[in-house]
Ligand binder design. Structure first.
Ligand code: PDD
Length: 288
């Protein structure tokens, strides 16, 4: 997938990814001043496209970037990039920065044209819910040291990158974060669910976590099939003692966590609620 013929979209043009160039004065490069999205697709079918586009608009509004591009055009860009990559298991990455300006100043320049960039990249194949196909993860926990606008899907990801790397340096797959009160927020690049006494719980949305589209799909699908999900506080202690813990994201779907800080979760294997959630997600993710 990283062959040099891979196609990108940049400011109205399609070109090989290896030839795409932006100015070093782009505020996305200088300040991380932008918004991004990752939309999963399988066989050319996008998952949750409308919700992803809405979250991108919300993020652009929140940081005052105005764009004229319509959702329809973004859909066409996604479709074309997917086709160019062979419509396999692909994520579409969209990135809109405030644009390039020849002076480096913190305040927003008056006249500036946003930079719009997109490309498609390989993601793991879709899960089925079968326990043998589960991609189990081992994680560590760490105090959330990011900023207080984590609900905005900003390209300023250094806080997330450092948290992810913290886990990786301990040989772990992800880092689950908790705030100063010991409440779970999310993971460095995923949302978190826990099964506590037969209740599926996920932290309620606020400025401390991203409103994940996979999280939203999982909640909606489970509720529509009469499996209750509660949005509530989960403490670090509750998480460590949970029967099951899952991570959700667009590229990873629903992954069972089998150990936290070196201690097994539940039986140390994917649990029955994960099986139910992943099976329903596999069957219904395109319906929403
Ligand atoms: N990450 N929380 C954070 C901090 C994330 O970066 C992500 C996604 C999620 C899950 O959101 P969604 O279900 O909408 O993908 C939660 C993406 C995939 C990334 O940065 O590559």
């Amino acid at each position: 997938m990283s062959d040099i013929s891979q196609m990108a979209y940049l400011n109205g043009q399609y070109l090989p990814l290896s030839e795409a160039r932006i100015s070093p004065m782009d505020r996305g490069f200088l300040f991380g001043d932008g918004i991004y999205e990752v939309i999963p697709s399988y066989g050319g079918r996008l998952v949750g496209m409308r919700a992803h586009m809405q979250r991108m608009r919300n993020g652009l509004d929140a940081i005052g970037i105005r764009v004229t591009i319509e959702d329809q055009e973004m859909q066409e860009i996604a479709t074309r990039l997917l086709q160019a990559s062979g419509n396999g298991n692909l994520g579409v990455y969209f990135h809109i920065s405030r644009g390039a300006d020849l002076t480096r100043m913190h305040g927003f320049p008056e006249q500036i044209t946003p930079t719009i960039f997109a490309f498609a990249f390989a993601i793991p194949e879709a899960g089925t819910g079968h326990p043998d196909s589960a991609k189990c993860v081992n994680v560590v926990t760490c105090e959330d040291m990011r900023w207080r606008r984590c609900h905005i899907k900003s390209t300023s990801l250094l806080g997330n990158v450092l948290h992810f790397q913290h886990g990786r340096e301990q040989g772990q797959d992800e880092t689950i974060l908790y705030n100063q009160h010991g409440h779970i927020t999310e993971a460095s690049a995923c949302n978190v669910f826990a099964v506590l006494d037969n209740r599926i719980v996920t932290p309620a949305l606020d400025n401390q976590l991203l409103p994940g589209i996979t999280r939203q799909l999982v909640i909606s699908i489970l509720r529509d099939f009469d499996v209750p999900v509660v949005e509530d506080t989960v403490t670090r202690q509750q998480l460590r003692e949970a029967d099951e813990v899952w991570l959700t994201s667009s590229s990873k779907e629903i992954r069972p966590v089998v150990s936290i800080d070196g201690q097994p979760i539940g039986s140390g294997k994917p649990g029955r609620y994960w099986h139910k959630a992943m099976t329903l997600y596999a069957q219904h993710k395109f319906d929403y």
